[in-house]
Design a protein around this ligand. Structure first.
Ligand code: ADP
Ligand code: ASP
Ligand code: MG
Length: 414
């Protein structure tokens, strides 16, 4: 019997009726002769609500307790879904991440999976149960405390379970029909991709296309798990994420991603001499602050400005560790700009097609969007723009590369 892993996101289990609909779909897959493992997210915005509740109790909630709190959201969905299945005559058992053998390191809030021991899941499947697993949670190997895998982490739970159980496919059910050439909420004529390679999906996800969590794609690539992203509101085929297909010429561009979760920090008047940048960035690394783009201006009078982007939630921490250092090295002040957004163009075919960056910058300029920072990889060009121009920028770049679906546009225009 084939094992199928299905993951349902927050909107898909957003209320009691939707949980019943998910139960219908799961029952159908089970009756079709498959062994089914279901991974669920917390209902609707439950996780956001729990985060906000914690922040009203304390500005710095202990990370261990925050993780226990956040995992409660997924417990609600998993038990309710088990009840809905029981009601449909389908034997189902729910397990927390810890019970399902999702073993992580001890980094609360963004734990990494280091081992999978899903013995209880396999036993329950062998007894004919549908197994439901709480997304996003695990247990630390060293401290035995409950951990969470980071926001969006249920995707990673699902792909990790699919890999450990040798599942035929990992289906990610969400509130859009698949992976599109841009976020369909911003670009109404974005086109659904039938297939996207792990490499391109990794770039899209890393640059803000939150339809899949980055780590789930990494896990899929490293363990060769096919991921089918599809809608929980229809039966249409979605997008297959897998290895680069043979004999298919790389599309030049696969999509445009955007990210509004970062801020820009500038250290002004840094002395222009060897070793100073190393000091700045090793200080940030020691504080486990993830830096994204970096730009150093041309030096004048022996001084230069260094700007970089980082997660917005980490700007206070970055300022706190950099302030003593700026005094020590004789730099000027620190400026923080929180109103930025990053727009990225991703495509494997870019490697062999010159002129992609030029065309992207031309489209932005024609739309009146100023570029504040630029960074590139072999399959990506990213720019930082003002946050209030992010939609204009995404739409302009998407249109310039002809990524849209004319039929969708025609329908929308009707
Ligand atoms: P879930 O709760 O099911 O995990 P998410 O909200 O995490 O769902 O991810 C789905 C959302 O991702 C969509 O509603 C869409 O707005 C957004 N998204 C961003 N970029 C893309 C893209 N390129 N293709 C599809 N969806 C995207
Ligand atoms: N509920 C968690 C979150 O909102 C995990 C997930 O939905 O994937 O981030
Ligand atoms: Mg998600």
């Amino acid at each position: 019997m084939a094992i199928v892993v299905q993951k349902y996101g927050g909107t898909s289990v957003g209320d009691v009726d939707r949980i019943k609909r998910v139960a219908d779909r799961v029952a159908r897959t089970h009756r079709g002769g498959n062994q089914v493992v279901v991974v669920v997210s917390a209902m609707g915005k439950t996780t956001d609500d729990l985060v906000s509740m914690a922040s009203r109790i304390s500005e710095t909630p202990p990370e261990r307790e925050l993780d226990i709190l956040l995992t409660s959201g997924e417990r609600i969905s998993m038990s309710l879904l088990a009840m809905a299945l029981a009601d449909r005559g389908v034997a189902a058992k729910s397990f927390t991440g810890s019970q399902a053998g999702i073993i992580t390191d001890a980094v609360h809030g963004k734990a990494r999976i280091i081992d999978m021991t899903p013995g209880r899941v396999q036993d329950a499947l062998d007894q004919g149960h549908v197994v439901i697993v709480a997304g996003f949670s695990g247990v630390s190997q060293s401290t035995k405390d409950i951990t969470t895998l980071g926001r969006g982490g249920s995707d990673t739970t699902a792909v990790a379970l699919a890999s450990a159980l040798g599942a035929e496919v990992c289906e990610i059910y969400t509130d859009v029909d698949g992976v599109f050439t841009a976020d369909p909420r911003i670009v109404p004529n974005a086109r659904k991709l039938d297939h996207v390679s792990y490499e391109e999906m990794l770039e899209l996800a890393a640059q803000g296309a939150k339809v899949l969590m980055v780590r789930s794609v990494e896990f899929g690539r490293n363990h060769d798990v096919r991921i089918h992203v599809r809608s929980s509101f229809s039966y249409t085929t979605g997008t297959m994420v897998g290895p680069q297909e043979d004999n298919v010429e790389d599309a030049i561009i696969s999509g445009v991603a955007h990210d509004t979760s970062e801020a820009k920090l500038t250290v002004q008047g840094v002395p222009d001499r060897p070793g100073v940048a190393a000091r700045l960035f090793s200080t940030l690394a020691e504080a486990t602050i993830n830096i994204d783009m970096i730009v150093q201006n041309i030096a004048a009078d022996g001084r230069t400005d260094i700007s970089f982007t980082l997660p917005r939630g980490e700007t206070d921490k970055a300022r706190a560790v950099l302030e003593p250092l700026t005094d020590e090295i004789g730099a000027g002040g620190i400026l923080v700009d929180s109103d930025i957004a990053k727009v990225s163009l991703v495509g494997a075919g870019m490697k062999t097609h010159p002129g992609v960056a030029a065309k992207m910058f031309g489209a932005l300029s024609a739309a009146g969007v100023n570029i504040e920072m630029i960074s590139t990889s072999t399959i990506r060009v990213s720019v930082v723009v003002a946050k209030d121009q992010v939609e204009t920028a995404v739409q302009a770049v998407h249109a310039a590369f002809g990524l849209g679906d004319d039929e969708v546009l025609a329908e929308g225009a009707r």
